[in-house]
Design a protein around this ligand. Sequence first.
Ligand code: PEP
Ligand code: MN
Length: 338
Amino acid sequence: MIIVMKPQAAQSSITAIKEYIENSGLNAHLSQGTEVTIIGVVGDKSRLSTENLISFKDVDRIVPVTETYKLANRKFHPDPTTVKVGPASIGPDNMTIMAGPCAVETQEQLMAIAKAVKACGATILRGGAYKPRTSPYSFQGLEEEGLRYMQEAAKETGLATICEVVSHEAIEAAVKYVDMIQIGARNMQNFILLKEAGRSGLPVLLKRGLSATIEEWLNAAEYIIAEGNPNVVLCERGIRTFETATRNTLDLSAVPVLKERTHLPVIVDPSHATGVYKYVAPLAKAAVACGADGLMIEVHNDPAHALSDGPQSLTFEKFEKLTGELAPYIGLAGRSFR
Ligand code: PEP
Ligand code: MN
């Protein structure tokens, strides 16, 4: 449930309710807006009396929250969240572009890509060091060595960094080298990994599972936040449908639906969604137009020889063209960029 306080409720009234909730063995989460304060209650509600709560001073009303995700719920936290990622941030004011190779291949490759994407306005460098591939015989990533290259590229360029994690060991390593961790589509419902990501202290990008509903996805985000980590960003990367012309089907309708249901930032990955470089630009523009807070785009110095996802990767020239073309869309969306 949420407790909506009267406008200008006294701090002492808010504190009294918070204490009552906590003394009943539940958790109280405060969302202090400019006008109204909302207190979100998480825990076993049978231990609380609604009649008692409504009689507290300065309480306006009590609203049940029927959804199973609470901390990710927009009812708990009406204002949109901004997530800080090293020197970058993801939220309603900016259009944050994460770009880089599918996989970190060599130090020289990563450094060249980092410089190229930075020059075009990206603020976060992406690069996979642990690659969960469909085939066990495909390139599996450089692991910790790849993370070290990410850190070096960040030092040289000032970019923030993000890397996918697939295990406890990968999280332990990532904490030493990068600014944000990514939970990939294939691990969206790996609940043990989600909890560990929640305890890592790093912001988390949570990709949508290949066949996950929006409700399942928000519950996965709840697992991370429930561990005390509110810095979660959602990434729509296409879902599996009957269509085979693209690698997945980009569900852009998820963006406005999520904006209604959650306060968490939402970004879109047209690269993994389509699997085809020439479809990346039109869908990136559409994502900006429908309210995304950012984009994740795969960029490679030599897509024809990339160790993974070459067909969907943009060359430096194509990425530069795309960011130039995106600028007016970003302006119309009322966001800043670069
Ligand atoms: C990736 O971003 O490198 C990746 C593997 O994406 P996804 O989990 O969306 O397939
Ligand atoms: Mn990829």
